[in-house]
Design a protein around this ligand. Structure first.
Ligand SMILES: Cc1cc2nc3c(=O)[nH]c(=O)nc-3n(C[C@H](O)[C@H](O)[C@H](O)COP(=O)(O)OP(=O)(O)OC[C@H]3O[C@@H](n4cnc5c(N)ncnc54)[C@H](O)[C@@H]3O)c2cc1C
Length: 478
């Protein structure tokens, strides 16, 4: 195996390849006007990513009599929704962790709700006139080191124990090679629910659909403050919104709020897009559209694009202190960018010399049990949703439905989910959270990299990696 560089081919930075492509495909349409002056609406939504846009659409569909305005600090889709891997699946791959945290019934209820979300996203993405590169073929997790083999059994055993054996089907190395050949792939698991999408085009299509459905969208309009009351008041640099109901859909920015701080940490994930290489993909037998990921905790996730590129991501980016979303290491960390690139070259060596078109990073809102949560601030009509933990393309649809149900005050199939009702564990306070989190991250990255070389990490790394389990935390465990 050739020595892989610790430096990425190109420096990471915004915008993502996806977002540039989506804006180009739209003909760089002008932004929606910024809010100028005072408006009064029934519902004000803050944040123009998937969560805010799905919420707006759900409200217009379920309660067309309500007026809805959405403000976005920059352009809709410029946040995580326009920078992710575009891998769309619900929670069948998370059954083991969910069953341990919220019980078997809760885990199955969330996984089934994820399938309802998948159906709805498919219906939206494939509607006539939409070109969001929807490709549906399932989701494959592969062991790419002997230490990852045990996860295959865990997935399959959990699915059997919960009575849904078909949701996670073990694959032999030969069967894995039918999906994609690589000298480092071992056995794996096939999860039938899974699709790939162009995430920024999806976000921009949602924006257009929301405008067409009568939502008033104001871009380049950051919320400066929200004051709870009857009605609530949202201030922006040149305006004010008076609204009976408010939905905060600002993703990592929510980690600063007092009622959320104890439950959400801001980590980061890095992704790269290669230049097109369709012949090389065909030569490795990667002919279908399954999304693939290895079985590390700091996962490598990868998928093809409609134009023959590969997106490779590494969920191993730095952790910010105190939920500081302006920390440059969330978007410009060269070591994390290099880990994504090393993942590409190691996992898919047939792409050893393919060019890298772009690398970017983004903050992810990791909740204390790795599931999102949707709530109303007690005593107010301000609702919020976050905690997607790096897995939000499908779950943000669920978020939109849950938040719409909270706004409408209805107890239904969405607001009864554990996503809206469970108790959340608390994370350690700062400075222990960031300092401890960085130590654990260093230990786990060291252990997982050593395992890929069939070596054992040093004692200090193994001890650091064991801290979360020792303290009974539900994140940072392998
Ligand atoms: C690199 C990367 C790869 C990922 N890969 C995957 C994947 O393959 N599959 C998957 O399921 N998930 C993935 N995720 C996670 C997924 O992208 C997110 O969970 C999801 O997009 C969250 O959507 P959102 O609408 O809540 O947040 P966002 O898309 O971040 O939207 C929040 C919006 O709020 C705006 N905002 C913030 N503050 C204010 C304010 N004060 N006023 C007004 N607007 C404001 C922001 O500008 C932003 O547009 C990935 C994330 C990253 C970063």
């Amino acid at each position: 195996m050739p020595q892989l560089s610790d430096l990425p081919s190109t420096s990471p930075g915004d915008p993502s390849w996806w977002f540039s492509d989506a804006m180009r495909a739209e003909g760089n349409e002008p932004a929606s006007p910024a809010l100028n002056g005072q408006i009064t609406v029934d519902v004000a939504i803050v944040g123009g990513g998937f969560t805010g846009l799905w919420t707006a659409l759900a409200l217009r569909e379920r309660a067309p009599q309500l007026s809805v305005a959405l403000i976005e600090a920059s352009l809709c889709g410029c946040g995580a929704s326009g920078k992710n891997g575009g891998k769309v699946h619900g929670y069948w791959a998370s059954l083991a962790g969910m069953a341990a945290n919220i019980g078997a019934d809760g885990a199955l209820a969330v996984a089934r709700a994820g399938t309802r979300a998948q159906d709805a996203i498919r219906a939206f993405a494939t509607a006539p006139g939409r070109d969001v590169w929807w490709r549906e073929a399932g989701n494959v997790r592969v062991a790419a080191a002997p230490a990852q083999d045990a996860k295959i059994k865990l997935y399959a055993d959990t699915a059997k124990r919960l009575g849904v054996p078909d949701s996670a089907q073990p694959l032999t190395p030969e069967q894995v090679a039918d999906y994609c050949r690589s000298p480092v792939f071992r056995g794996g698991i096939y999860l039938p629910e899974g699709a790939n999408v162009h995430p920024a085009r999806l976000a921009r299509a949602l924006r257009k659909a929301a405008i067409d459905a009568g939502v008033s969208i104001y871009e380049n309009t950051p919320m400066s403050s929200v004051v709870a009351g009857s009605p609530n008041r949202i201030s922006t640099p040149r305006g004010e919104i008076i609204a009976r109901e408010v939905v905060l859909a600002t993703n990592i920015e929510l980690a600063k709020r007092p009622e959320i701080r104890a439950h959400v940490s801001v980590f980061s994930s890095y992704a790269l897009m290669t230049e097109p290489a369709p012949d090389k993909l065909a030569a490795m037998g990667w002919n279908r559209d399954e999304g693939i990921a290895d079985l590390r905790m700091f996962v490598h996730y990868f998928r093809k694009t409609a134009d023959g590129r590969v997106l490779m991501g590494s969920g191993s980016g730095p952790i910010s202190f105190g939920g500081n979303t302006q920390d440059p290491s969330l978007t410009t960390d060269r070591a994390s960018a290099a880990r994504a690139e090393k993942g590409l070259r190691r996992l898919l060596p047939a792409l050893a010399d393919v060019g890298i078109a772009k690398i970017w990073g983004g903050g992810i809102d990791v909740s204390s049990d790795r599931l999102p949560f949707f709530r109303t601030v007690p005593g107010t009509r301000i609702h919020y949703g976050c905690g997607y933990s790096g897995h939000g393309v499908n779950p943000t649809y669920m978020g939109g439905q849950c938040l719409a149900s909270l706004v409408l005050g209805v107890k239904d199939e969405w607001s009864s989910l554990p996503l809206c009702t469970r108790d959340l564990p608390a994370l350690p306070p700062e400075p222990f959270r960031a300092v401890g989190g960085r130590l654990v991250r260093w230990g786990i990255i060291g252990c997982e990299e050593a395992e890929e070389k069939s070596e054992s990490a040093g004692f200090a790394m193994r001890a650091a990696a064991a801290i979360p389990k020792l303290f009974g935390l539900r994140i940072g465990t392998r």
